[in-house]
Design a protein. Sequence first.
Length: 274
Amino acid sequence: MKIEELIAQLPNFRVFDLEQPRYEGAPILPVHAPGFLYTLHARHEPGAGEARTGASGRIYAAEHSGTHIDALSHQAENLVLHGGKEVTRQIQTPNGFTELGVETIPPLVLRGVLLDVARYRGVEAIQGDKQITRDDLAKTAQQQGTTIKAGDAVLIHTGNGALWTDPETYLAAPGMTGDASQWLADQQVKAVGADNVAWDTLGTIDPELHTSLPGHIILLVRNGIYIVENVFLEELAQQQAYEFLFVCMPLKMRGATGSPVRPIAILTTDDEAS
């Protein structure tokens, strides 16, 4: 397709913004607090000596705050990273990782799939004590008529993205069990995401792996599958848009273990009509 033909098709595309807003006081795990801070450094003030004035600010942000993606260096199993790389002082340095940093994540332009587990369970938002299992994911896909393919990005809608402005409730949202993450890994997906703070269920130990955050081990370490957290999925779920083009661009922050992202989902008007 020529570029002119592509541009002519743009009015037929609808873009869904999948990022939660960033601000001081937004939900954040205590280990990453305060999460996000912004202050003005230069201000519009009188006495500049000319008509033009300027303003600019400074950003402080934890890499794992807000909507963000985990790099493969983020987690290790028995001090071994993805691909069998041992955590050494040469790889893990005071200035970040020399391998598997977030700058090694390519721009993700993938077929995206939404699994609306909240809708499958018949609730607006799944309560924090109700973990999401392998069976939930498989039956949601079946109910929707959705097929997951190798290389997909699979996003899980729990309904808790609508509670972003209520940090206490949002942070209590449910996550995936280890078998749910393993089921997705078995589908050979490229990336996963959810509208919760940590993908996994917090405060639990997996009975098989005997570790917390089993999905981080299964997905990042064992299978090299990226995790996107705090994704906004309400509009996609309302439209029952279960298949789309998923685009996610991590920042090239050398050696970092994660990056803020503003992922988008793209549908055509024909997709919406169907």
